[in-house]
Design a protein around this ligand. Structure first.
Ligand SMILES: [Zn+2]
Length: 283
């Protein structure tokens, strides 16, 4: 009899405990859905003011800053594969040749200096021109890492595009069905605080493309806007005319990249890792 009673009591209290746990979990789950129930993680709080109208304001939780950052990152059009890159994720030991590592370390120092002093660089409109004759030498990764850092640390608007993309968009804007006029497109490219032009000079310049790039480069020069270039050509070897290259020279620091492909080295490193893992799995 006594044993039964105890059992009943235990099971009753256990039921209670389980019930409480379930409730707790549900409450927790509800909380988990939104970090901030006030704005439901949008960062924008809607409220009714004294005049009876509904208004929106930045929520006190501060999530709007993260939201703004997300919007800035999506505006930047940085390719998905490069989304998480930061300067410190750039491993200069990846280069095979000692001289390449030396060059890469030097570039890293300059880039860090440029980044730490970004406000000053921005006032002067000083960007970077990164070049190497070798494809896959890490220039684009490096440029994108800098762009991500600039967005995060300085909340500066950035746009990323290859020069071929820019020219294609300009050509597409000539189509009468296009939503975007050439004028507006060029405005966007000249007004953004920091513009990354990837693979500059890979295209064979024509009169019209020369003219458009001059417009972009010159206007960014006049308004002291930062431009980061990557190119397979040194500035003096570009097929663009002096009006363009002089402007670039005047408002960029030039970084020569190693004549060594990290793409190949990364591939080999992955291969070695895979073989190691496979061997580890067998053993
Ligand atoms: Zn909030």
């Amino acid at each position: 009899m006594i044993v039964e009673m105890i059992e009943t009591k235990i099971s009753e209290s256990l039921k209670n405990t389980i019930g409480q746990m379930k409730n707790g979990q549900m409450q927790k789950q509800n909380c988990m859905v939104y970090k901030c129930p006030v704005c439901r993680d949008t960062g924008i709080e809607l409220y009714i003011a004294d005049d009876g109208h509904e208004y929106a304001r930045n929520c006190k939780c501060g999530l709007w800053q993260r939201e703004r950052m997300n919007r800035m990152l999506s505006f930047a059009d940085i390719p998905e594969a490069f989304a998480g890159l930061r300067l410190d994720s750039f491993d200069t030991s990846i280069y095979d040749m000692a001289n390449s590592r030396k060059i890469a370390d030097m570039n890293m120092q300059i880039a860090n200096y440029w980044l730490d002093d970004f406000e000053k660089m921005k006032d002067r409109g000083m960007g970077l021109y990164m070049y190497s004759a070798v494809k896959g030498s890490g220039k684009t990764r490096f440029a994108v890492s800098l762009a991500n850092e600039v967005i995060e640390r300085y909340a500066v608007g950035v746009k990323f595009a290859t020069s071929v993309q820019i020219l294609n968009e300009i050509k597409a804007s000539w189509n009468s069905d296009s939503q975007m006029t050439e004028h507006r497109l060029l405005d966007e490219l000249t007004e953004v605080d920091a513009l990354v032009i990837d693979d500059f000079g890979i295209e064979v310049p024509k009169d019209w493309s020369m003219e458009r790039f001059y417009q972009i480069v010159n206007s960014r020069y006049i308004h002291k806007k930062i431009t980061i270039y990557t190119s397979n050509s040194a500035l003096e070897d570009l097929l663009y005319d002096d009006r363009i290259t002089n402007r670039i020279e005047e408002n960029t620091y030039q970084l020569r990249f190693p004549s060594e492909s990290v793409r190949k080295l990364l591939r080999e490193r992955h291969q070695v890792e895979l073989v190691k893992m496979m061997k580890g799995g067998v053993a």
